[in-house]
Design a protein around this ligand. Sequence first.
Ligand code: URA
Length: 241
Amino acid sequence: MAKPISLEKILFSQGFGTRRYCADLVYADLVKVNGVLAEDPEERIATDDLLLNVEGKDWEYHEKAYIVFNKPPNYECSHKTTHHPSVYSLLPSPFVERGLQCVGRLDYDTTGLLLISDDGQFIHKMTTPKKNIGKVYQITTPNPITEKQIDHLLKGVVLDDDPKPCFATACEQVSENILAMTIVEGRYHQVKRMMAAVGNHVDQLHRSQIGAYRMPADLAQGEWRWLYPDDLKQLSQSIDQ
Ligand code: URA
């Protein structure tokens, strides 16, 4: 069982504002702890299975946040965006306040599976190419995908900024114009550049899987959900130790 912590610290840790602001939320009768109205911001609370309600909204306590998000097109994966709104604008504000970061970025026009967390070690483990985590992309192309192109992707293509070739570790042709391709690195625009290098083009790009973890079928575009220990176990089993 985790050591009890003061309610004010708990609210602060979850991203509800400064400690002073969190104390004021309690004094303003805006915080419930496991369904009971809280009165004292200094009260020590057990964090196991803790359910908060802040300003009328339920909030599960998570010491570290790990979430899965189904990214829609036309959003950028950065806090300071240039041309499009940020994916963070689609998430509850406490996530931004507590510093969640995308676990590897997707291009603004790419859709699908995005992990987001405030655990630096987790982000590093999931993004370093040394850990060999496969990412599966569904690629829709304007021109039919040929066996020769698939062979080339599997044998490795050289991109213009690095003489070291990059490979698809698996390719499955889903239909004439759809390829499911797995890659382990995360170079800049890697899939689009690999497809261009073999003489095709990407019309639509969707990430469906990271390691053994697949996008939940019932998670609609623009929605997020918490990852629980079973999901994290699936992800950590994908990592080369
Ligand atoms: N490769 C790309 O080209 N774009 C992405 O968003 C992800 C991988």
